[in-house]
Structures are given as structure tokens and as C-alpha cells.
Design a protein around this ligand. Sequence first.
Ligand code: AP5
Length: 217
Amino acid sequence: MNLILLGCPGAGKGTQSKLLAQRYGLAHIATGDLFRAQIAQKTALGQKVESYLKSGTLVPDSIVVEMVAGKLGECSSGWLLDGFPRTLEQAQALDKMLKSEGKTIDMVLYLNMDEKAVLARMTTRRSCASCGELYNTISKPPTTEGKCDKCGGELKQRDDDQETTVKKRLMVYEDLTRPLIAYYRSEHAFNEVNGNQPMEKVTGELVAFVDQAKVAR
Ligand code: AP5
């Protein structure tokens, strides 16, 4: 199965994608995580994209599309895209790529989120520097402050989770990514879940939609 999870920054895409990918045996392709790994490893790609992530603006389409094409090429079974596509140009490039390989998108899941609530969520987000597990000091605190429950790694705040950068990211989302909702609603199987609900409720509703898609295949 090939799925896309859409939503504004902080909507819960990463949290839910990890659970869905594990449950359905899908490759989790998260463009933000891929870029952060490249930056941490100080690769040429990491150096090229670092300033975009720091400032909360989008990495140029050509760079993102090339990276995702490489990742999709490595996937023999299904995938779940988290954070891609983010512009109409990226969505069209993905459609072209899939068409040439005779593949399709089975479902687009949209986490609809009150953007006013996002700021509080993101400034309290923490992630494990070793395994990437996500936490939140309010909604999902670790058992021991600053330590990952899973691997004991150090919990860190993302550089782009400062209030001014979050506001910038939300503006970029409104301008460049929100139009994708109409694009996918009209052309693909599209389902919406209220991302303001507790995590388990969001997961349950997403799972119900994916199960429906599985039956329909
Ligand atoms: P990326 O890493 O993709 O960031 P994002 O899309 O802005 O999304 P986030 O990771 O901030 O949020 P999320 O929706 O995953 O929420 P999460 O589950 O963590 O991109 C970063 C940057 O990379 C971009 O700004 C850009 O520069 C570049 N980039 C990436 N992709 C690109 C592309 N395609 N094109 C161009 N540039 C690209 O949850 C947030 C917090 O809330 C966590 O603490 C979590 O525990 C908590 N939480 C989650 N769900 C709930 C809930 N239901 N209730 C309460 N708390 C919750």
C-alpha cells in the first residue's frame, strides 16, 4: 500500500506515521528526518539544505524530488510519505514518477489541525537524539526527564521549534502546502481526521481508513 500523510507542521504526522508504518509494514519516508540526518552527518546534501531548515523555509523542489525518487526506488513493498509532497510541483513530480512505474497512491490521509494549537505543541516537542522517538513535555512526557524511554538517549528540542521559526513554517504551509488539500481531494482517495484529538483517537481513526483501503484493494 502507498499512503501519504498530509498536515501542517506539528499536526502529528511523525507521531502517527511511525505507528502506521510499523502496523502495516510500510517504509516510512519522512523528508524532514532525512534532511536532519544529512545535516547531522555533515554531508554535501546536509550542507546544502541546512539554512532552509533553520529558517523554516522549504528546500527547493528539485533537491527534495531527487531525494524522494531515490528512496522510493529502494522500496520493494509499500510506503508512507510524511512531509512530502509539500508543493504542487512536488505532487506533480510524484504523480509522474509513479505513472512511469505503473504505481498509484492508495490513499491520502489529512490530519486537520487547529493551527493555533500547533505553536504550543511544537515548542514543547522533544525528540531522542539516538533513536528519533518523539515526546512532548505536556502530552507525552518521558518517564525520566530528558531521557528516552526506549533507548535512554538524550532528548533534544529541534532548532526549528523556536516560536518565530514555527510561525514562519506555518506561513509557508498556508502559502505552498495547503493547496495540496484541494489537489488530492479532487484526484485521489482522500480522508480527513481531526488532529486536535488525543493521539490514540487519531491513530484509531487513521487505522480505520487504512483498513478500509486494504479491503478495497
Ligand atoms: P518536517 O520535519 O517534515 O516538519 P513539519 O512538516 O513541519 O512537521 P513536524 O515534524 O514539525 O510535525 P509533525 O506533524 O510530524 O508532528 P509530530 O508528530 O512531531 O520538516 C522540517 C523542515 O524540513 C521543513 O521546514 C523544510 O525546511 C524541510 N522539508 C521537509 N520536507 C520538505 C519538502 N517536502 N519540501 C521542502 N522542504 C522540506 O508532533 C508534534 C508534537 O506534538 C510532538 O511533541 C508530539 O508528541 C505531539 N503530538 C502529536 N500528536 C498529538 C496529539 N494528538 N495530541 C497532543 N500532542 C500530540
